[in-house]
Design a protein around this ligand. Structure first.
Ligand code: FAD
Length: 368
């Protein structure tokens, strides 16, 4: 008999939701996390009384009432609505592309005028079979939107010219013919009042956790502690990179405290020109309608993936997906190991999706 029913590697949303359900089912759990805090990428650091989203801006959104009620049972969410703006060399445009954007670009007022404008721009380009991202985007939204709001931003994100990027990266570009600046179409969205740590604290209440603890520092020992393992780290690392490393896109964050009550008037401003090296500036207090006398801003830089950088976004191209399939085959053969979450499933998950996935897994196992 081992000491615990479950060893859970990783205290991010997947690990935390699974642990919560396991505890309700009467199972004993130990969570370990190699970071010095719990919560994975939704962790917030309190700076000057402001919840700073340490691993990038996180806005909760979902269409699923069950998941919305689930998260609200741990912490109340505020009415924050994501309405980012784009700054192109000092010109401000609303995102996602909508009637406010089109009015600012061309002075058009009605949806019909905007549609005509875009249609005419696309027609003049004569692109029938887009062979790269530039042609693909141009054929979807025309010249002006592409040049001011997509081209240089995308080039900063990928570190390559749009002409040299594959067309499949942009399958569709949301264009909205209403004066609606709400970025998401989901029924529910918001930010936990008091920050995401409250959600994690609620999920992990009464569950044993060891921080600063890397599973790979002594995996035989950790395996000996529990009957089952829930692994939410990198799947390729679990298998000693035996088939090679999966690639990720990474980010670099530069955070500073400013002696200024309100720096940019919005939580998220995208910088769509190449004249600024960063892609976005986040002003964290606006997620929670903060009235502190200072503010905290984070500049976000896109990084080419390298083996040393923090893995943020999986690069799900054919080569990496094929590699992942090989690791998945090994994972499927494991008897007492569950692989879950964005790193173990090599999949971009929004928060509501990773919660949904952990709830499904625990329902399958514990029936609740
Ligand atoms: P993680 O949060 O990464 O948790 C994994 C944990 O495992 C980490 O704490 C890690 O330290 C630990 N770990 C890994 N390896 C080991 C090991 N060997 N030993 C011990 N511990 C280990 N979603 C939204 O819904 N809205 C958003 O606005 C949004 N914005 C995002 C912005 C960015 C920049 C990024 C990267 C993601 C964003 N997401 C957003 C997605 C969201 O972050 C994820 O859905 C969620 O955090 C995934 O949870 P997870 O448990 O799978 O992974």
């Amino acid at each position: 008999m081992k000491k615990y029913d479950y060893l859970i590697v990783g205290s991010g949303l997947f690990g935390a939701v699974f642990a919560h359900k396991a505890k309700l089912a009467g199972k004993s759990c130990l969570i370990i996390d190699k970071r010095n805090h719990k919560g994975g990428n939704i962790y917030c650091e309190n700076v000057e009384g402001i919840n700073v989203h340490k691993y990038g801006a996180h806005i909760f959104h979902t269409n699923d009432k069950f998941i919305w009620d689930f998260v609200n049972s741990f912490v109340e969410f505020n009415r924050y609505t994501n309405s980012p703006v784009a700054n192109y060399n000092g010109e401000i445009y609303n995102l996602p592309f909508n009637m406010n954007t089109f009015n600012k670009l061309w002075g058009v007022i009605t949806p019909k005028e905007a549609q005509e404008h875009i249609k005419n721009q696309i027609k003049e380009l004569n692109i029938y079979n887009p062979s790269n991202l530039e042609e693909q985007a141009l054929s979807l939204v025309g010249t002006d939107i592409f040049n001011k709001l997509i081209k240089e931003y995308t080039e900063k994100q990928w570190g390559r010219e749009c002409k040299d990027l594959p067309a499949f990266i942009i399958k569709r570009l949301p264009v909205r013919f209403t004066y609606d600046n709400n970025y998401f179409n989901d029924k529910y969205q918001g930010i936990p009042i008091g920050g995401y740590n409250k959600l994690i604290d609620g999920l992990l209440e009464g569950i044993e956790i060891q921080l600063d603890t890397d599973y790979f520092s002594n995996r035989e020992y950790f395996d000996s502690l529990a009957e089952n393992t829930v692994f939410t780290g990198k799947i390729d690392e679990y298998y000693d990179f035996q088939y090679g490393k999966l690639s990720y896109r990474s980010l670099r964050f530069e955070t500073e405290v400013l002696d200024n009550e309100n720096y940019q008037g919005n939580a998220v401003v995208n910088y769509t020109s190449k004249n600024e090296p960063y892609t976005r500036i986040i002003e964290h207090k606006h997620f929670e309608f903060g009235t502190q006398s200072k503010t905290v801003v984070t500049k976000e830089y896109s990084l080419e993936a390298s083996s040393n950088s923090e893995p943020y976004y999986p690069i799900n191209d054919d080569e990496n997906n094929e590699l992942y399939r090989k690791y998945k085959k090994l994972a499927d053969e494991e008897k007492n190991v569950i692989f879950g979450g964005r790193l173990a499933e090599y999949k971009y998950y929004d928060m509501h999706q990773v919660i949904g996935s952990a709830l499904k897994k625990s329902r399958d196992i514990f029936g609740l």
